[in-house]
Write a protein that binds this ligand. Structure first.
Ligand code: HPA
Ligand code: ZN
Length: 348
C-alpha cells in the first residue's frame, strides 16, 4: 500500500481509524509520563516532600508559557524517583497506556543526569526502565527501547561523565539524544561527546528547532550527525533546510500537543504538521511528555487531525513514517507495515 492506493475511509470513521492503526512512538520522555497521582504515591513511598498539597494543586500548576516554565516543574516532579522499582513503575504505567493506543513500538528518552544529580546511580535508572521494556515485549506485545539524553543546559564534560557511567549498561540503550533548555545551548556544544557516541555505534538524535532557530537543526545534522531531529518544527522557516530534510529523508519527531502547551504555536489549527508532510518530510506525531501536555499518543493524533483537517492518507503516511523513522530492523519494519495495511483494509 502507498498513499496512492489506500482505501477510501468515510470521514466520520476517521477517529476510529486513527485509534486502531498500529504506530511507533519516537519522541517521549519517560519522566514526562509521570502522572500527578504517581508523583504523590512515590513521594509517600520514598518520604520525599513536594511543594504541592494535592494532586489537583499540582495539576493546576501545569500552565506553561514556554519550554523553561515546563522544565522547572518537570524536573521537580522527577525528584520522587529514587529506587529501581520507581523507574519500573513509571515506565510500566506508560507502556500499558501506550499499548491501549496501539503503539506497537516505542523509543523512550530518559534523562540520567536528572537522577544522578540527586545521588541515584545510573544503574538504578537503567535497570528499572529496561526491566519494564522486557516485560512490555512479553506481556503487552510492545517493543520498547531506551535513548539516553544529555541535558544541554549542563556542560559537555558532564555529558561525558554520565556517558562513562552508563557504558557498563551499553546493551540496555540504543542511542543518545539531547534535550532540556534549547535556546543558548546549540547542538555544537556537544560535538565531541556525540562523535564519541558515534564511534561507539550508538544511534544519534537531538532536539532542535523546537524553540531554537533553523541554524540549530543544521548543526544537529552537520555537526552532531544525528539520524533524526526531535521537534524540528522551526525548519519550515528555512526553505533550503526543508529541501535537505526531504532529500535525505531525515525523520522529524513532531509533538503537536507539546507545541500547543508550550506556546510554540498559538493554536493547534496553526500547527505546521501539514506543511511538513506536504513538503515530503518524514514527519511523525508523538506525545513528548504526555502527563504534562494533556494527551498520550492517540489524543495527539485525534486533536491534530481534527484541528488541521488531515485525512486518512495523512494517517497512513504518518504511521508509515513512524516505522521508517524508528531504529527497528528491516524484517520487523515489514511486519509492522503489513499490520498497518491490514488495519486500513478493515476500514475500506
Ligand atoms: N524539549 C526539551 N527538553 C525536554 C522536553 C522538550 O520538549 N521534554 C522533556 N525534556
Ligand atoms: Zn522532547
Amino acid at each position: 500500500m502507498s498513499t496512492n492506493n489506500i482505501p477510501h475511509v468515510a470521514p466520520e470513521r476517521l477517529p476510529e481509524l486513527l485509534k486502531a492503526i498500529p504506530k511507533a512512538e519516537l519522541h517521549m520522555h519517560i519522566e514526562g509520563s509521570l502522572e500527578p497521582e504517581l508523583i504523590f504515591a512515590l513521594a509517600q513511598r520514598n518520604g520525599v516532600s513536594i511543594p504541592y498539597a494535592s494532586v489537583e494543586e499540582l495539576r493546576k500548576a501545569y500552565a506553561f508559557t514556554n519550554l523553561q516554565t515546563f522544565l522547572d516543574i518537570y524536573y521537580a516532579g522527577a525528584s520522587v524517583l529514587l529506587q529501581e522499582q520507581d523507574f519500573y513503575d513509571m515506565a510500566w504505567a506508560y507502556l500499558e497506556r501506550a499499548a491501549t493506543d496501539n503503539v506497537v513500538h516505542t523509543e523512550m528518552f530518559f534523562d540520567p543526569q536528572t537522577h544522578t544529580a540527586r545521588g541515584v546511580p545510573v544503574k538504578t535508572v537503567i535497570d528499572g526502565l529496561h526491566r519494564a521494556c522486557v516485560d512490555a515485549k512479553d506481556q503487552l506485545g510492545v517493543s520498547a527501547a531506551l535513548i539516553l539524553c544529555f541535558l544541554r543546559h549542563l556542560s559537555e564534560e558532564e555529558a561525558f561523565a554520565v556517558l562513562e557511567e552508563s557504558l557498563p549498561y551499553r546493551d540496555k540503550f540504543i542511542g543518545v539524544g539531547l534535550d532540556s533548555s534549547e535556546v543558548g545551548h546549540p547542538p555544537e556544544k556537544f560535538a565531541r561527546v556525540f562523535a564519541r557516541c558515534r564511534e561507539l555505534g550508538l544511534h544519534l538524535v537531538a532536539h532542535a528547532g523546537e524553540e531554537g532557530p533553523p541554524a540549530y537543526v543544521w548543526s544537529a545534522l552537520d555537526v552532531l550527525k544525528v539520524e533524526r531531529i526531535d521537534h524540528g518544527v522551526q525548519s519550515s522557516k528555512d526553505p533550503a533546510l526543508m529541501a535537505r530534510l526531504a532529500k535525505d529523508r531525515v525523520p522529524l519527531t513532531v509533538c503537536p500537543l507539546s507545541n500547543l502547551k508550550l506556546c510554540v504555536f498559538p493554536d493547534l489549527k496553526q500547527h505546521n504538521i501539514r506543511t511538513l508532510l506536504d513538503a515530503g518530510l518524514v514527519a511523525t506525531i508523538n506525545s513528548d511528555d504526555p502527563a504534562y501536555f494533556g494527551g498520550y499518543m492517540n489524543e495527539n493524533w485525534l486533536q491534530t487531525f481534527a484541528a488541521t483537517g488531515l485525512d486518512a492518507r495523512h494517517a497512513w503516511q504518518l504511521a508509515a513514517n513512524s516505522f521508517e523513522g524508528s531504529f527497528i530492523d528491516a524484517s520487523t519494519r515489514k511486519v509492522y507495515m503489513d499490520r498497518l495495511d491490514q488495519a486500513f483494509a478493515q476500514f475500506a
